[in-house]
Ligand binder design. Structure first.
Ligand code: CP
Ligand code: NVA
Length: 305
């Protein structure tokens, strides 16, 4: 039987997400009460990193250990992947030795190729195109703070990057409105934008208009990993796309602010917003742990009641 993978947010249905959110609530409650929950004894997670990470590595590694299993960290620098071993060969070998794999890489195609031959579930821990584990954690966090996200408005301010692309998929599945504002030249690709109805995705030239009345305002670095050569140009182009106190005021008193982190205060977000009362960024980071534990449980054990 072919294993289930989690390569894009659109790989799961709304019903499966509702299950994951429910399981996350339970798993988080156990953790907070110091109650052991070890459904993955003897299971091994391999984590392959081609890019840097703090949160993703820590949450997967700690999460797997907390579920009773173990995790192994591999990076391009110290595996044969860095010396040109084909992705498919790596997938054959890794997936005969472990039970589940998480990969952080460049092109989505690398994940697709790995998953295409893997005997075990593969999770996207961030690619150039998508970051599904992030938005899963974000939606759980929104739900904890404000209730279901369906019908709400999320404002994405900044780069149309991997996290933005993932929010677009999530909007269609959870049925919320996504307002996206990017500087000219950095808009969501026409092909991607065209596949979403106006109800779920709307582009705004003016970031303030995108944020007006939003329930959740979120942003990310102006320069994602792999695009460092464009950093100086991006700093100029994105200077008006900062989430600041005026923008949060336009969103409204009940709006929350999120950022996947790492953040650059004074660039994509002002310090008073990320460190202010509307910010839920630390809960958001913590929830990566709980949601990914539910994700690994689901991929390895199916629907646990
Ligand atoms: N948000 C996120 O994925 O953080 P890391 O790059 O530290 O893993
Ligand atoms: N868009 C960012 C997210 C980092 C978690 C990047 O890809 O670098």
């Amino acid at each position: 039987m072919k294993p289930r993978h989690y390569l894009q947010f659109s790989d799961f249905s709304r019903a499966e997400y509702e299950h994951l959110l429910e399981r996350t609530r339970w798993i988080k409650a156990q953790f907070k009460q110091y109650k052991p929950y070890h459904p993955l004894v003897d299971r091994t997670l391999a984590m392959i990193f081609e890019k840097q990470s703090t949160r993703t590595r820590l949450s997967f590694e700690a999460g797997m250990q907390q579920l009773g299993g173990c995790a192994i960290f591999l990076s391009t620098r110290d595996t044969q992947l860095g010396r040109g071993e084909p992705v498919e060969d790596m997938a054959q070998v890794v997936s005969r030795m472990v039970d589940i794999v998480m990969i952080r890489t460049y092109e989505q195609e690398i994940l697709d190729r790995f998953a295409g031959v893997s005997r075990v579930p593969v999770i996207n821990g961030l690619s150039n195109e998508y970051h599904p584990c992030q938005v899963l954690g974000d939606i759980f966090t929104y739900t904890e703070h404000r209730g279901p996200i369906g019908g709400r408005t999320v404002a994405w301010i900044g780069d149309s990057n991997n996290v933005c692309n993932t929010w677009m998929q999530a909007a269609a599945i959870f049925d919320f409105n996504l307002h996206v504002s990017t500087p000219p030249g950095y808009e969501v690709e026409a092909e991607r934008a065209g596949s979403y109805g106006k109800h779920h995705f709307e582009h705004f030239a003016d970031p303030m208009e995108a944020a007006r009345g939003a329930d959740l305002v979120t942003t990310d670095v102006w320069t994602s990993m792999g695009f460092e050569a464009e950093d100086a140009e991006r700093k100029r182009d994105f200077s008006d796309w900062q989430v600041d106190a005026d923008m949060m005021q336009l969103a409204g008193r009940d709006a929350v602010f999120m950022h996947c982190l790492p953040a650059h205060r004074g660039e994509e977000v002002s310090a008073d917003v990320i460190d202010g009362a509307q910010s839920v960024v630390w809960d958001e980071a913590e929830n990566r742990l709980h949601t990914q534990k539910a994700l690994m449980e689901f991929l390895l054990l199916g629907k646990v009641a």
